[in-house]
Design a protein around this ligand. Structure first.
Ligand code: S3P
Length: 446
């Protein structure tokens, strides 16, 4: 097992390129493989999650070539996939498994989807049940978990309101819609979720219409048309950048600049939240790259204050809550968040695990079923240090590991983080960048 030992440090500085966007890399592979010709994906994330999606397509007859972070995929059209000879393994990736349920439901062959011990515990019925309304034949375990067994079936369009603000569910339905007879309507009434699929469906010249209405956003996708081959330039991942944004804010000294980070407004609420907390964050050189907004993010040490995180930000900052809780611990006053129950069904129960670990490091906090309250440590005695040292349990969750490594910038003593291997699922060179910018992390195998 790989563990990290982190000694306290106070400065973070540097000019860095964070990992490529995971959500966009997954979608790029999927649309490229289903497109009518070859597509170049530049700055592809070579994290384990996206490589699992690539391996799944390879097992279904799709050819690709990799040169560094450039990936060329030879698309074979919507009907070009062939039956895999064994179960498709999505490792730790909920996005991979859930979106692929949408791709595979309408095939003319059967497939089985599996994953690691974390993914095999995550809810899959939220996707299989709406797909069943389209005619999909999908079996899960009694608990609604993987293995997911899909019998290829003919699909028909539906009109469906999302019961949870989930981009994974929305995207699974959009992929299935490509195979359905007619036009599928998806209503996003419970809050906006990341819109990378919508943007990329347009870039691949698919028939997609987006409408804004009083009840929320409506997406219409007409089936039967092959995605038209298109090159994709993947921006840096705001969810990965978030660790260094918070590091830059809670450090005593230094300045960090994060280059080429995606700031799509349906993804980047972490910036709004941290600015509300008093964070000194500047977006520079804002530009558009292949249909996504990108910027360089400059961060300076800041005096943060606790806030009530507005519920509208929850789905569009959902992966950033673990690191936001670290920021809240270093703020003055109380931070609260509501309607964050989805955190309980991520790679780990992030709400429960953050509460347990924060308490272990001396932070007063309380997680409810769907809420969190954190009493910030700053200013109590005018002290800079917020955390005591201690041992952190990650349950193999990459974002828990990275979050607590950042806490070392305000820790009185060494923090040991157990089981950090899965950081490679989303941010393979995190350790290198963290060390280069000032965190005193050592990796040990035990
Ligand atoms: C993702 C959507 C989110 C997010 C996940 C990536 C995506 O999940 O937590 O890391 O790429 O669509 P939900 O759709 O379950 O909220």
């Amino acid at each position: 097992m790989k563990n990290w030992i982190i000694s306290s440090s106070e400065e973070i500085s540097g000019d860095v390129q964070v990992a490529s966007d995971k959500s966009i890399s997954h979608r790029a592979v999927m649309l490229a493989a289903l497109s009518d010709a070859e597509c170049e994906i530049s700055n592809f994330l070579d994290g384990e999650d996206c490589l699992a999606t690539l391996a799944a397509f390879s097992a279904m007859g799709i050819k690709y070539e990799r040169a560094g972070s450039n990936l060329k995929i030879y698309g074979k059209g919507l009907r070009g996939l062939t039956a895999p000879s064994s179960a498709l393994d999505f490792g730790n990736s909920g996005t991979g498994m859930r979106l692929m349920m949408g791709v595979l439901a309408g095939q003319k062959f059967n497939s089985t989807l599996i994953g690691d011990s974390s993914l095999m515990k995550r809810p899959m019925r939220r996707v299989s049940e709406p797909l069943a309304l389209m005619g999909a034949q999908i079996l899960t375990t009694e608990k609604g978990t993987a293995p997911v067994q899909i019998t290829g079936a003919a699909l028909t369009a539906i009109d469906f309101s999302l019961p949870v603000a989930s981009a994974q569910l929305k995207s699974a339905l959009m992929f299935a819609a490509l195979y359905a007879d007619g036009t599928t309507t998806i209503r996003e009434t419970l809050g906006v979720s990341r819109d990378h699929s919508e943007r990329m469906f347009s870039a691949f010249a698919l028939d997609i219409i987006e409408e804004s209405t009083a009840e929320g956003k409506i997406i219409k996708v007409r089936g039967g048309k092959n995605p038209q081959a298109c090159d994709v330039a993947v921006p840096g991942d705001i969810s990965s950048a978030a660790f260094f944004i918070v590091a830059g804010l809670i450090a005593k000294t230094g300045k960090i600049v994060l280059r080429d980070v995606g700031i799509n407004p349906t993804r980047a609420a972490v910036i709004d939240i941290l600015k509300m907390m008093g964070g000194r964050i500047e977006l520079r050189n804002i530009r558009n790259r292949a249909g996504e907004e990108v910027a360089d993010i400059e961060v300076l040490p800041s005096e943060l204050r606790g806030i009530n995180i507005p519920a509208k930000f929850v789905p569009i900052a959902i992966d950033e809550f673990p690191i936001l809780f670290i920021a809240a611990s270093c703020a003055t006053g109380i931070t609260t968040a509501e309607k964050i129950g989805e955190l309980r069904v991520k790679e780990s129960d992030r709400l429960g695990l953050m509460e347990e670990n924060l308490r272990r490091l001396g932070i007063e906090c309380e997680a409810g079923l769907e809420t969190m309250k954190i009493v910030g440590k700053a200013g109590n005695n005018g002290e800079f240090v917020a955390f005591r040292g201690g041992e952190i349990k990650t349950c193999g969750d990459h974002r828990i590991a990275m979050s607590f490594s950042v806490a070392s910038l305000r820790a009185a003593a060494e923090i040991k983080i157990i089981d950090c291997e899965n950081v490679a699922t989303s941010f393979p060179n995190f350790l290198e960048i963290a060390q280069k910018t000032g965190l005193k992390i050592k990796e040990i195998s035990e």
